[in-house]
Ligand binder design. Structure first.
Ligand SMILES: [Fe+2]
Ligand SMILES: [Fe+2]
Length: 248
């Protein structure tokens, strides 16, 4: 039994891709087939595959039915995290998604899913992504204050959801946690954040995130160990479409 993760599949079997620019890099060519092949090779039926958000470009459930069917057909138990592009997933309707896809797909938000003696906890998260103002040397000298203030509110809301997830698991007796975020835990100016603080406060063993794709973004946040917690980036193109094993 193993736990795997990958994120940012950005499937578009039905929908027009709005942000075509993002998907012009050769790494996206035939990426669906690579995901399918790598999952078939690695993930066994008894394993769990955590999909860390940005599943589909579809704007509602109907428009991503084929993308959902693709995910359902992957081996193992699939647990999905909400990404910023997942328009089909209304934040208030996670319970109804879980009811609708019961036994097929699990949606992680304000809840948790067990894996051995671990609880898989998580939420979309949020990270301030600018605009930043640069000087001629390319150094950041400031940023959009209004956007930064708005980002603070979104971070607060996501922290509440993350806390709800940890507390649900703790209430059921779980003491070991793997924490998932779609957004990176820190922005490009931070060394730590309220998300890393929460991971430390609850004693998460790993913090797993996606969202950073395109080689220029791979090192926007923490990769490796900080204060005893292992941080991992699992965006699909970073992993070259091969799910990474988090736990045996
Ligand atoms: Fe993405
Ligand atoms: Fe994203």
């Amino acid at each position: 039994m193993s736990l795997y993760a990958i994120g940012d599949l950005h499937l578009h079997f039905q929908s027009e891709v709005k942000a075509r620019g993002q998907l012009t890099d050769p790494v996206w060519r035939g990426h669906e087939a690579k995901v399918r092949r790598n999952c078939a090779r690695l993930v066994r039926p008894e394993d769990t595959l955590l999909l860390a958000g940005d599943h589909s470009w579809g704007r509602d459930l109907e428009a991503c039915a084929k993308d959902m069917a693709f995910i359902e057909a992957l081996p193992g138990r699939k647990v999905l995290l909400r990404g910023n592009h997942d328009m089909f997933w209304d934040a208030k309707k996670t319970a109804s998604l879980n009811a609708r896809f019961e036994g097929r797909l699990s949606f992680l938000q304000n809840n948790y899913f067990p894996y051995r003696d671990y609880a898989l906890v998580g939420t979309k998260g949020y990270t301030f992504e600018g605009p930043f103002y640069l000087n001629r040397a390319g150094r950041i000298t400031g940023w959009d204050e209004a956007e930064a203030a708005h980002a603070e509110k979104l971070v607060e809301r996501e922290l509440e959801r993350l806390r709800a997830s940890f507390e649900a698991a703790r209430g059921d007796g779980y003491r070991k946690f793997i924490m998932f975020l779609h957004y990176p835990p820190t922005n490009i100016l931070q060394r730590n954040s309220a998300f890393t603080d929460m991971a430390e406060a609850y004693g998460a063993e790993q913090v797993v995130y996606a969202h950073c794709h395109g080689a220029r973004r791979f090192h926007d946040s923490i990769i490796g160990y900080m204060h005893g917690i292992r941080y991992r980036l699992v965006s699909g193109d970073y992993l070259n479409w091969e799910p990474t094993k988090l736990l045996d």
